[in-house]
Design a protein around this ligand. Structure first.
Ligand code: ZN
Length: 135
């Protein structure tokens, strides 16, 4: 969805709170007894990832499509547009011939294009947006 987010694997709420306050982030947690304070947090209730995404999209009024596919899935860094010439040798030649638009992560170098995977993701994002507007 292109939302700036960070995954922190810890069972210590204070660690999350410290990071969230330092980086001005909102904490998403499954922990129902998450400690309250000056930090902002949201408890995700559903067990199913799709429904969890709907919960978050509704709560924060996110349009899942507005900034979709603008960040690296690995690094959370904003992607940069690169030309088909620049991807030559970095992706299979049938990909660089078939597609005109490419984006690259300036951090890890991963190259993205509108392939089948992105089409499938787009379909899921559209379903998330639809579910969030209906419920
Ligand atoms: Zn990356």
């Amino acid at each position: 969805m292109g939302v700036d987010c960070k995954y922190v694997n810890t069972s210590v709420p204070e660690e999350l709170i410290q990071i969230a306050e330092k980086e001005k982030r909102i904490i998403l947690t499954r922990r129902r007894n998450f400690p309250t304070g000056t930090h902002e947090f949201f408890v995700v209730v559903d067990d199913i990832p799709f429904n969890q995404a709907v919960e978050v999209v509704k709560k924060f009024k996110i349009d899942p499509l507005e900034n979709a596919f603008t960040r690296c899935l690995n690094c959370n860094v904003e992607l940069k547009q690169i030309s088909p010439e620049e991807v030559r040798g970095k992706v299979p030649s049938y990909i660089s011939k078939k597609h005109k638009e490419f984006k690259m992560c300036p951090s890890c170098g991963k190259i993205y294009w509108r392939g089948t995977h992105q089409k499938n993701m787009l379909k899921i994002l559209m379903e998330i947006r639809k579910s969030a507007s209906e419920s």
